[in-house]
Ligand binder design. Sequence first.
Ligand SMILES: *Cc1c(COP(=O)(O)O)cnc(C)c1O
Length: 398
Amino acid sequence: MNKELHTMKYLQEKVDDLKQKGLYRTLPVNSGACDPVLELNGKKVINLCSNNYLSLGNDERLKEAAIEAIKHYGVGAGAVRTIVGNQTIHEELEAALAKFKHAERCFIYQSGYDCNIGTIQAICDKDDLLISDQLNHASIIDGMRMVKATKQVYAHSNMQELEELLKAAQGKYHNVFIFTDGVFSMDGDLAKLPEIVELAEKYGAFTYVDDAHGSGTMGSHGRGTVDHFGLHGRVDFIIGTLSKAIGVKGGYVACSEASYQWLTHRARPVLFSTTLSPADTAAAKKAIEILTEDDSLQKQLWANSKYIKEQLTALGFNTGHSETPITPVIIGDEAKAMQFSKKLLEKGVFVSAIVFPTVPLGTGRVRVMVQAKHTREQLDEAVRIFHEVGVEMGILDK
Ligand SMILES: *Cc1c(COP(=O)(O)O)cnc(C)c1O
């Protein structure tokens, strides 16, 4: 027997290399719900780094809906949707989403990630051109990797480059697709959707907007970035997640009837993986009902994010050019950004550091994500700690 065989020496070497480079980390453990204040690794901290924008992740109404669904449908759907895993609750969620998004149809997946992987693979082919913004989310990139098509990338939000690519593609491909995030998650800036849609219509390209961070935060009642720009009916595929502002788990694509029908036959994560659990599905449906009736959580979210952005900017932090509730605090140096986040955590504020290669070299940052249910006192306390650490580290003058 080769004793070395099962020690996974080659992986241990990779892990050791991470440690050598200071890139090794352990997973933080949250012992409760993803609330505005939580207990992390046994210590109470102000939570400024979740995607639980509307605080729906621990909302009593959603929890009750999930419990009722478990009582009626069980804890698991029991199969993929194409066999017997398609329960009434899944159909109901899709109908509720389509109505909410003003779309012909919505097709649900087990996650936003699955949605990109499955949809892109199903709708694109080898004779197509796939054009992508440089800063698109990893799940778009992974989805594009699954297609044997020609791929081009344009510099972030550079409409001139996009137009040049579209112009050069004329007559050369079967279909041309433009892929973009609706909200870019590292800077919190919006895609230039009105221009993208204009260009797409001019050159006959399809548009695909991944609105994971825009779902529940942007547009009327959280209908998303496409709604924010008044572009209903002019974007061919709108991806949303149920895992961020909606507070649960899952993803969906808002699309045409024909797209829906094709996806039920070719979306591989739906064909080959068990469907969303009844509890997740019912909770997400409840969230959509709440958003439809009432936009007060969305208003609270925006008020909180505006407040913390103003406070941090006034202290002298560089908060970039965000147009959404995402607030980057740009430190610059990678190690310094990591150190900043570490010191904040020691004093009771949890924000994640984001560094190269996730963002360009020299733009290391922490990313502040508030929730609707953060109180003013909690935000003030967080700002006070930001100030203290900023001065201590020489990021702020005084
Ligand atoms: C978070 C995110 C996803 C993945 O969504 P999940 O539902 O968490 O899998 C996809 N695209 C973008 C742009 C995201 O920010």
